[in-house]
Design a protein around this ligand. Sequence first.
Ligand code: NAD
Length: 254
Amino acid sequence: MNLKDKVVIVTGGARGLGEAFARGIVREGGRVVIGDLLDVEGSAVAKDLGPDALFLHLDVTDADNWERVVAQTEEHFGRLDGLVNNAGVTASGTPVVDEPLDSFQRIIQLNLVSVHTGMHFAVPAMRRAGGGSIVNISSAAGLIGLALTSGYGAAKWGVRGLTKVAAVELGRERIRVNSVHPGMVLTPMTASIGLVPDEGAFPNNPYRRVGKPEELVGAVTYLLSDAASYTTGAELAVDGGWTAGPTVEYVMGQ
Ligand code: NAD
């Protein structure tokens, strides 16, 4: 999973999963641009990672921001090889019919439209680099219908579909596009909705526990690396078996 000399933009890299991805990329020998709204937290992570990391303010819903971040990445590191579209907001927690119209649209804008905007600006830079790898962070909610996630689920299913369209269009240009589908992982996002790390606290998967951000890193660094040179249009669930099917306890009634 060597990422030597690869330059990767990670959106939402100031905390949570994105921070873990940024740290993993540098650990594997790559260089990372952390794009986030959180200037203080993002700068601190980049400072901690040293000269192989750069923080740039990025609102993923803003096309001008994207254009500037891609240009500054090429200016600073000389190329762009990878993009991890990770920034996102959580579900509203309301039933489909009750989700306010503006909330639904805001979630689609942030969790789906921004992924397209990111690819729109990053792909020309990857073409200049002779190829690249895009990893779109979807969710288990993009593989199954999860109650109370209407805007979020629709966006994450959309990310999964958009990934496949981009994969078939960009394959001949040596640009690979794959999606990763985390299950429940303990981050500031999920802590804010009351998720706890305790064993047994999450009965929906066979491990009966939530994941740690570090447990997602290998999937992302693998897809960014040349070890995944024949992998495009794939969807990789990293969810402790949650979407594989109901747990034994559920099926056997134990
Ligand atoms: P988090 O809230 O802890 O971190 C998200 C990061 O995205 C933050 O740093 C935030 O500032 C940034 N961000 C939000 N809006 C932004 C914007 N407009 N522009 C730029 N940055 C922005 O969340 P997380 O749990 O680390 O989630 C990361 C990704 O993983 C999200 O796409 C989420 O949907 C997905 N995911 C998370 C889980 C989980 O259980 N944590 C499960 C499935 C999928």
